[in-house]
Ligand binder design. Structure first.
Ligand code: PTJ
Length: 221
């Protein structure tokens, strides 16, 4: 995975973001550093949900911008989804630096000026934009373990996450969890949005069980 890029961006990536990356790598070893079959199903379900969304928003933090600004831009353009910067360790310097990186790949991200709040959160992640996350019907929340996913679900939004840890709070509370590495998964997700394949009856809890079964079989064999 692209550790170098996370370090290169200096303070634009939170120090905790480097720890987050290490957690991800540990799970990626367990997965065999490849997209597992249940993740391919989750990608199809996510693509269908994104295609059918009326106001989709991709929420990005420091790690996501560092690792995948271009792929996020491609997904945004392909699906007409807005991009909003939402940070746990929010500072105006980090928000404007990440905003500039997204601008460099052709995306005018939201999140610099916030005028709305996600109810029930005490962290900086509660801050959002009414024209972005505030009014979204589908929110894509990659690479985040926290209580924001449940808060977004409580607001009636459909949440899609991409997280290597199938047991994280976000993985467990999202409607669709893609257990895969962000930069490996995004090109597949973009292709799936473009391709228009539909899925019959996706069940996230069952999919997560399949991922855990996949990991367990790999460990045993
Ligand atoms: O930029 P900020 O200020 O918003 O800070 C970002 C933090 C560090 C707070 C955010 O990334 C976070 O919530 O970190 P956590 O709590 O460690 O959760 C990150 C989750 O993403 C963990 O479950 C990791 O396993 C997972 N993860 C890490 N790297 C990747 C990943 N999942 C997919 N692809 C990765 N490259």
């Amino acid at each position: 995975m692209a550790r170098k890029r996370l370090v290169e961006l200096g303070d634009l990536v939170a120090k905790e973001g480097l720890i987050a990356h290490g957690r991800g790598e540990a799970f990626d070893y367990l997965l065999g550093e490849a997209t597992c079959p249940p993740a391919l199903e989750a990608i199809k379900a996510a693509a269908q949900t994104i295609r059918e969304a009326k106001a989709p928003v991709i929420s990005v933090n420091g790690n996501v911008v560092a690792l995948a600004a271009e792929e996020i831009a491609d997904l945004s353009k392909m699906s007409d989804a807005k991009v909003e910067i939402n940070l746990f360790h929010r500072t105006s310097e980090r928000v404007s630096g990440l905003f500039e990186i997204m601008k460099g790949v052709g995306i005018e991200a939201l999140g610099e000026e916030v005028d709305d709040t996600i109810p029930g959160l005490s962290s900086e992640r509660a801050k959002c934009c009414s024209e972005g996350i505030g009014s979204a019907d589908v929110v894509i929340v990659p690479l985040e373990d926290g209580d924001r996913c449940q808060a977004l679900v409580d607001m009636g939004k459909t949440v899609i996450t991409i997280d290597l840890n199938p047991l994280s709070r976000t993985s467990q509370t999202a409607h669709i969890t893609i257990v895969d590495e962000l930069t490996r998964c995004l090109p597949l997700l973009i292709d799936a949005v473009r391709g228009g394949v539909d899925v019959d009856g996706f069940n996230n809890k069952e999919n997560l069980k399949e991922v855990l079964g996949f990991i367990s079989d790999r460990i045993k064999n």
